[in-house]
Design a protein around this ligand. Structure first.
Ligand SMILES: [Zn+2]
Length: 237
């Protein structure tokens, strides 16, 4: 992949292969490193559409598919990858505690909090997988029988109509349940066990992991962009 389109003498490395900043995320970055950051992605119309890792964010910036949006003294400034890199060089001398940085091959660059896609207006479709993480996110980590909140490792996935009774693994038939409720229910339907679901399970209209990330913004600077967030999920045209 051709990375950065550079012009001008200070960035010209005309004869070597051009490389993206070395933002490979293996081995895992140590805690607090810039590589563990998340970056909020806006579409061309400044609507929040995604949360991506640093590697993906720089990939989009390097290919000039996105620009950095940075809050400075109460105003939003935009930067191309090259101008962001230059401004990072200046800022590297006076790093602020709340900023994150990554080391590239021969320079340091600040991790942007927000980037904006330059090319398309449509919200990218989110693939919605039926998996444990998404069921827990959909149900807000609440046991759907007793209504109490639990840490992920204390929740199990319950088939409302048990599999032994022909219950399928679908959004409409799985809920998260605490271990006590799961044991109590056993291989029975809620009706047989005289247990009531607090919500009827359904396929979420929005990507639950993304909604979780956006309703609990990781960085203060995201907040501005999270009003009126909406998502398209699934394969509808
Ligand atoms: Zn429970």
């Amino acid at each position: 992949m051709q990375a950065v389109q550079t012009a001008g003498p200070r960035t010209a490395r005309a004869h070597g292969p051009r490389r993206e900043p070395s933002v490979d995320d293996s081995p895992p970055a140590p805690a607090g490193s810039g590589l563990s950051c998340s970056v909020l992605v806006l579409n061309r119309l400044y609507m929040a559409v995604h949360v991506v890792n640093v590697r993906r964010a720089f990939g989009l910036l390097c290919r000039e598919l996105a620009e950095v949006i940075h809050l400075e003294e109460g105003k939003f400034a935009t930067y191309s990858f090259e101008s962001w890199r230059e401004i990072s060089e200046l800022r590297a001398e006076i790093k602020l505690a709340e900023d994150d940085w990554i080391r590239a091959v021969n320079f340091e660059i600040q991790v942007p909090r927000v980037i904006r896609l330059l090319s398309f207006d449509r919200l990218p479709k989110q693939k919605l997988h039926l998996n444990r993480r998404n069921v827990l996110a959909r149900d807000g980590h609440l046991c759907q029988y007793c209504g109490r909140h639990f840490a992920a490792h204390l929740l199990s996935i319950d088939h409302v109509v048990p599999r032994s009774r022909g219950g399928e693994t679908t959004w409409e038939n799985v809920v998260c349940a605490c271990l006590a409720c799961n044991v109590r229910k056993g291989g029975r339907t809620p009706h047989e066990a005289r247990m009531k679901l607090i919500h009827a399970p359904a396929r979420p209209k929005r990507n639950p992991m993304l909604m979780l990330k956006l309703t609990n913004p990781k960085y203060k600077s995201w907040a501005t962009w999270l009003d009126g967030v909406h998502w398209e999920v699934g394969a509808k045209e």
